[in-house]
Design a protein around this ligand. Sequence first.
Ligand SMILES: NC(=O)c1ccc[n+]([C@@H]2O[C@H](COP(=O)([O-])OP(=O)(O)OC[C@H]3O[C@@H](n4cnc5c(N)ncnc54)[C@H](OP(=O)(O)O)[C@@H]3O)[C@@H](O)[C@H]2O)c1
Ligand SMILES: Nc1c(NC[C@H](O)[C@H](O)[C@H](O)COP(=O)(O)O)[nH]c(=O)[nH]c1=O
Ligand SMILES: [Zn+2]
Length: 328
Amino acid sequence: MQRCISLSLNGEGMVAPNPMVGAVLVHEGKIIGEGFHRVYGESHAEVNCVNSVEPELQELIPHSVMYVSLEPCAHHGKTPPCADLIVARNIPEVVIGCVDSFSEVAGKGIEKLRAAGVKVTTGLLEDECRQVNRRFFTFHEQRRPYVVLKWAQSADGYIAPPDGAPVRISGPYADRLVHQWRSREAGIMVGTRTALNDNPRLNTRLWPGKSPVRIILDLGGKIPRDFHVHDGSVRTIFLTANEIDRSKALVPQVLALLHAESVQSILVEGGANLLQQFIHSGLWDEMRVITGQQPLGQGLRAPETGEVRLLEKLDVAGDEVAVYGRPA
Ligand SMILES: NC(=O)c1ccc[n+]([C@@H]2O[C@H](COP(=O)([O-])OP(=O)(O)OC[C@H]3O[C@@H](n4cnc5c(N)ncnc54)[C@H](OP(=O)(O)O)[C@@H]3O)[C@@H](O)[C@H]2O)c1
Ligand SMILES: Nc1c(NC[C@H](O)[C@H](O)[C@H](O)COP(=O)(O)O)[nH]c(=O)[nH]c1=O
Ligand SMILES: [Zn+2]
C-alpha cells in the first residue's frame, strides 16, 4: 500500500478535481503490475495497473491481489467503472486504503466487488491514504475548499512596510517554492488592498505547472482595469457586492461560493486583514509561514496565528518555512 501511495503522488497537479490514486497487482508476494491516475479525464490507476502487466504474465492476474489506495469507482464518470474491470479480469482479492466519500462512489465500489465474490479488505494505511487526498475529502465531506493560508513575514514579524508598498521578504528559492504551492491548488485568493498595492499576477511563472483560478475580493470595484488580475490570462473570480453581503461573515460566504464553483482548494496569499478573518473563522486547514532573514523594523504586523500545531519546518536558502495545522 505504501507503493500505491508513492505512485499516486505522481498525479499531483494533473488529476484534480479527481483524487490521486495508485494501484499494484501482487502475485505470490511479487509485484507484476502497477499504475496511477495520470491525468484528469484519462484512465484510472486500476486500469493502468492491469494494462502494465507484461503479456506473458497476464495469466497470473486471476491469481493475484490488487492493492489500491482508494476505493475503486462504481460509476460511469469520464471512464468506465474500475470495479467492473476488476470483476471482468477475475481478480479474486482487493485491498483498499480508504473508502471514497464522493457521493457517486461512497461504498458502491466495495459493494459491487463483494457482490461478485471478490474478497475485499479496507482501511490499510487509511490515514496516510486520506492525507494524500485531503483536498478531495475536505471538498466532498465538509462541502468547502481545502484552505491553505500563506504569508511571508520579516524577521521581526511584519508583512509590509508602513506605506503598504510591496516588498520582497522571501528569497528566490522560497519564491519558487510558493509557485510550486500555487500549482498544486485549484484557486488563489487575495484581499482588495493586496490587489491594489501589489498589482499581483498570482500565476506559476517560477514553476512548471497549472496556474490556479484567481479569486479577488473587490466589493467596491476599485481594482483598475489595467491591473494584472484583469488581464484574462487565467480564470479569475471577482467577489463583488453582488456575491458578498458585507453585513455577514466573509469566510463562510467565500467558501460556499467556491464550493459551488467546484474550486477544490485555495491558497490564501493575504493580506493580514483577509488572513486574520480566515484564522478567526477556524475554516482553514494548513498555515504556511515564510520568515525572511531581514527585519523591517515597523509596518503591517503579520496575522496572529492563535493556537496551532507545528507540522513541518524547513530551511529554504536561509528563509524559514513553517507549516502548521489546526490544534488537534
Ligand atoms: N508579505 C506577505 O506575505 C503579504 C501578502 C499579501 C499582502 N501583503 C501586503 O499586505 C498589505 C495588504 O494587506 P491588508 O491586510 O492591508 O489588506 P488585505 O487583506 O489585502 O485587504 C483588505 C481589504 O479587503 C476588503 N475586505 C476585507 N474583508 C472584507 C469583508 N469582510 N467584506 C468586504 N470587504 C472586505 C476591504 O477592502 P475595502 O477597504 O475596499 O472595503 C479591506 O480593506 C499590502 O501592503 C501588501 O503588500 C503582504
Ligand atoms: N511580499 C511577499 C509576498 N507577498 C504576497 C502577496 O500576495 C503578493 O501580492 C504576491 O506574492 C505577488 O504575486 P506575484 O508575484 O505578482 O504573482 N509573498 C511571498 O511569498 N514573499 C514576499 O516577499
Ligand atoms: Zn476508477
